[in-house]
Design a protein around this ligand. Structure first.
Ligand code: DGT
Ligand code: CA
Ligand code: CA
Ligand code: ZN
Length: 581
């Protein structure tokens, strides 16, 4: 039976390809597919068991979407989607993620120059054939080439943004978990290390049953476009979107060594293998064992294998041979933040923001249900034209929050704002109005093309403003879709130390912003503090905090530097100190 999450994946793909086919002319239909996908993803009851009538009762599902969902359940595919897939193969879709190349341009490049992917685009740029097209010139060529470099797409190997890889991996692991005998199915490789892009997805399955039953289920999944390898314990497929997925089935007693091997990174593994060799042992995916004849020393759990090598367990997110082995040997690994440490969410939208979907009472109830002790409601300020809230709306919200506060005595609800950093570093409203709020996040939402000096200056100006407690999604990037703004990170970190303004760790898989390398540099500055926030636009997105935590770990961020792990009294004191200026 097809899972809700698999149905949702198909609808997301339908939305993406419909945008390519129809541009903004049918934004309504695209949004409808996305809403339907989100609804179904959050549903407990299996949609595969629903009638067309029950389906249309779901939020965002009209008769036409309902019939597509039924078609998917009954036939394993959607005709319209198949048609779009053949019109827009993965290489072509990737082409449209390059800034400056919209769907219309991509179609023109294909028709006029035969460019079908990023490789072809690069060749056309280098031979200067692009500038011959109407609407193009030398300057456009230069801009697109620069964007290609910054995005990092179109190298030898295609890399998939984590948001998409995580979704596909989740679908595969859920499906394989249900095969009889399977104890565990988990993503390994770069995805487990939480890299922001993935070359291919590696999954290991621990099974006490027939491994071939796992493989049979795997290659029949609706996501499969092509089976590229088939064996009893090792198979590989390529998904509809062009992502390769490798699955290996291992015995329970090999889990530790297999997980370590397939998690990598390769550089981390090589260091460990050398440590084994130095002791006269060998280390591979099957075990840590004596070199001669092979008595097994450890293999069942990762902890046992690391311990036999004289190391504490090292968290997957930092297994990059970037200092973690030295730190482990010296006993100086950072005390990394965990999800259970979080006591609040400091970037939460309500339906007062034009792009958010749940009401204030719904969001507050959902925050309280997570067991948090405090939160900041941060709707967009008025400068963000379509999505922002007016002064009057915010004053009304303040009264609603006061009433809700009585209903939730264990949760401190701060009325905050997500302020928009203007071109020169200004923010919404005036100081007098801003004093009425208890919290502020300030973020860049426009002017992405300014120079590094200008960007750095505007962000620092916002940090210095007493109404600003946190800089939201520092670079404004969308992974694989939009490069972040150019910044002098050293200067930003110095300003963060001086002003006490926290750096947000935005938990959305599309953002994961500030990037991990910035977090690592920031973690090295003792005076910089962090806020792990979801930027939730509906109640379901509050759960993204788990991703933010893993991203923070990848940046070596220690628990005690994350302000929303602090006890309420300490946290509120920190908030107030900044706001007093
Ligand atoms: P990716 O797929 O490019 O995003 O990156 P990974 O790290 O997932 O790399 P992948 O899929 O080639 O291999 C998965 C893991 O398998 C890798 O992290 C470590 C392990 N591995 C692969 N090749 C080697 C190797 O030659 N030596 C060792 N020691 N480990 C390897
Ligand atoms: Ca991989
Ligand atoms: Ca692989
Ligand atoms: Zn936001």
């Amino acid at each position: 039976m097809i899972s809700n999450s698999e149905v949702a994946s198909h609808l997301y793909e339908l939305a993406k390809l419909t945008t390519l086919a129809e541009g903004n002319s049918n934004a309504f239909r695209v949004r409808a597919y996305e809403t339907a996908a989100r609804t179904i993803d959050g549903l407990v009851e299996p949609v595969a068991e629903m009638t067309a009538e029950q389906l249309t009762a779901l939020r965002g599902v009209g008769p036409s979407t309902a019939s597509k969902i039924r078609q998917l359940i009954d036939t394993g595919t959607i005709e319209r989607l198949e048609e779009l897939r053949s019109r827009f193969p993965p290489e072509f879709v990737e082409l449209t993620t390059v800034p400056g190349i919209g769907p219309k341009t991509a179609v023109m490049l294909r028709d006029e120059l035969g460019v079908t992917g990023v490789g072809g685009l690069r060749a056309a740029l280098e031979s200067h054939t692009l500038r011959e097209l109407p609407g193009f010139g030398a300057k456009t060529e230069e801009n697109i080439l620069a964007a290609l470099e910054r995005l990092g797409v179109g190298g030898k190997q295609r890399r998939t943004p984590i948001i998409e890889a995580m979704r596909v991996a989740g679908d595969v692991c859920n499906a394989l978990s249900q095969v009889p005998g399977v104890r565990l199915a988990e993503p390994m490789g770069s995805l487990r290390r939480f890299r922001e892009t993935t070359g291919d997805v590696d999954v290991i399955v621990v099974s006490t049953g027939d491994p071939e039953a796992v493989m049979a289920r795997f290659v029949e999944m609706p996501v499969v476009r092509e089976v590229v390898g088939y064996g009893a314990r090792k198979s590989a497929i390529v998904s509809a979107s062009g992502l390769q997925i490798d699955v290996r089935v291992v015995e329970p007693h090999q889990y530790g060594s297999a997980a370590m091997y397939f998690t990598g990174s390769k550089a981390h593994n090589i260091r460990l293998r050398q440590m084994a060799i130095d002791r006269g042992w060998i280390l591979n995916e099957y075990a840590l064992a004596e070199a001669d004849g092979g008595a097994v020393i450890a293999s069942r759990t990762e902890q046992e294998v690391y311990a036999a090598l004289g190391l504490p367990w090292i968290s997957p997110e930092i297994r990059e041979d970037a200092g973690e082995i030295e730190a482990a040997l010296a006993g100086s690994l950072p005390d990394l933040v965990e999800e259970k440490h979080l006591r609040g969410d400091l970037h939460v939208h309500t339906s007062l923001s034009g792009d958010a979907r749940d009401s204030l009472p719904t969001m507050v109830a959902a925050v309280a249900a997570r067991g948090y002790r405090y939160c900041a409601i941060t709707d967009h300020g008025e400068d963000l034209a379509i999505n922002g809230a007016s002064r009057q709306q915010l004053l009304a919200q303040r009264r609603s929050i006061q009433r809700l506060q009585v209903k939730h005595p264990d949760l401190v609800i701060l009325q905050g704002l997500e302020l928009n950093i203007g071109r020169g570093g200004s923010i919404d409203y005036d100081a007098e109005f801003l004093v009425g709020f208890g919290f502020g996040v300030a973020s860049v939402h426009s002017h992405f093309g300014l120079s590094a000096d200008q960007q750095t200056a505007r962000v620092i100006a916002a940090m210095e403003n007493p109404a600003v407690n946190v800089i939201g999604h520092l670079t404004g990037r969308r992974i694989g879709k939009r490069p972040g703004i150019d910044l002098d990170i050293g200067a930003i970190l110095t300003a963060a130390e001086r002003t006490g303004c926290a750096l947000e760790i935005n938990s959305h898989l599309d953002r994961l912003d500030a990037p991990a390398e910035v977090l690592r540099a920031a973690a090295d500055r003792r005076g910089v503090v962090f806020a792990i926030s979801t930027d939730a636009h509906d109640a379901g997105e509050l759960a993204n905090a788990a991703w933010g935590v893993r991203h923070a770990r990848r940046g070596w961020v220690p628990k005690d530097r994350v302000v929303n792990t602090w006890a309420p009294a300490r946290f509120l004191k920190w908030v107030e100190k900044k706001r007093r200026g």
